[in-house]
Design a protein around this ligand. Structure first.
Ligand SMILES: C[S@@+](CC[C@H](N)C(=O)[O-])C[C@H]1O[C@@H](n2cnc3c(N)ncnc32)[C@H](O)[C@@H]1O
Length: 283
């Protein structure tokens, strides 16, 4: 049942969008002294080799992080790229981090990290990658119920990443239900939900329906960012991705509008590549 391995997709255009946003959000949250909880409901392995059998089979990083590796980047990508450079001190890009690793690099000894992963192999890799890290706790448990049990966090500040594989249709509704409960328990959390843009009608409409439902939940502010490398009708499979964000940092919208034209330029495959950023505040 658990067939998804993130190693096939590590460093693709969707990872770049997600992880860049994760780093900017974490950097913003640690500007205040008060400790935070970082909760990752679907963590996967934490670090990926771009030369192993999984990554070389799909070569997805070619159209993603590899387009940025030698490029002169706008300042808004500095912190994101610093994490990658730290893992790859030589001239070649060999390793690509996952969401828990990216966010962990911004955190302090007083913060707490709670990671969930169900796949036996990725769970083992995750444990190995964070071995000895005192602020990190890892559970081989369903991330949706894990999240529920952790809210509200004792620190009253939290960043939550929800990044399911969406291999089963029910996951779209699980995200909505998890967010409904999460906002009831802890309305002030910063929640980032990743979703795919796929050019098969059924899946596309599942993402659209999920985002529409999320947008209508009782929250203080909501941002929807999307980045696509081609038009929906031009690419087989996933042509882009998005993040639905509750309580985003106040400067995130501006940072996204600064950086996204660069990603379109570097990773866009056709004239129809593009992005959108929509922000909604409830006053
Ligand atoms: C898209 S990957 C996560 C990638 C990771 N967040 C990153 O950005 O580096 C989704 C992961 O969720 C795991 N998974 C699937 N269902 C789960 C569940 N109910 N609870 C926890 N993990 C789950 C899969 O095994 C897979 O490793």
């Amino acid at each position: 049942m658990l067939s998804y391995r993130h190693g096939f997709h590590a460093g693709n255009h969707a990872d770049v969008l997600k992880h860049w946003v994760c780093v900017m959000t974490a950097q913003y949250m640690v500007q205040k002294d008060k400790p935070i909880y970082y909760i990752d409901t679907h963590s996967a392995a934490g670090i990926y080799s771009l030369n192993d059998a999984l990554a070389t089979k799909t070569q997805e990083s070619q159209g993603g992080i590899k387009t940025l590796w030698d490029a002169k980047l706008p300042a808004v990508f500095k912190d994101y790229m610093a994490v990658i450079n730290q893992l790859n001190p030589g001239e070649t890009l060999k390793l690509y981090p996952g969401s828990p690793w990216f966010v962990r690099q911004s955190l302090r000894p007083s913060d707490k990290v709670r990671l969930f992963e169900l796949h036996p192999q990725d769970f083992q890799l995750l444990r190995k990658n964070f071995d000895g890290d005192k602020i990190v706790a890892i559970e081989k448990q369903d991330g949706f119920s894990g999240l529920k049990a952790l809210l509200p966090p004792p620190t009253k500040r939290a960043m939550v990443v929800i990044d399911p594989p969406y291999e089963q249709a029910k996951e779209y509704q699980q995200v909505v239900s998890a967010m409904e409960q999460a906002l009831k328990r802890f309305v002030n959390g910063v929640y980032l939900i990743w979703y795919p843009l796929i050019n098969r009608n059924d899946k596309q409409s599942m993402s659209e329906t999920m985002v529409r439902k999320l947008k209508n939940l009782n929250a203080k502010s909501f941002l929807d960012v999307r980045f696509w490398v081609s038009g929906a009708d031009e690419e087989q499979g996933m042509y882009g991705s998005g993040l639905a964000i509750f309580n985003p940092p106040w400067n995130l919208e501006q940072q996204l509008n600064e950086g996204l034209p660069f990603l379109v330029e570097k990773m866009g495959l056709t004239e129809k590549a593009g992005f959108s950023v929509e922000y909604k505040e409830v006053t």
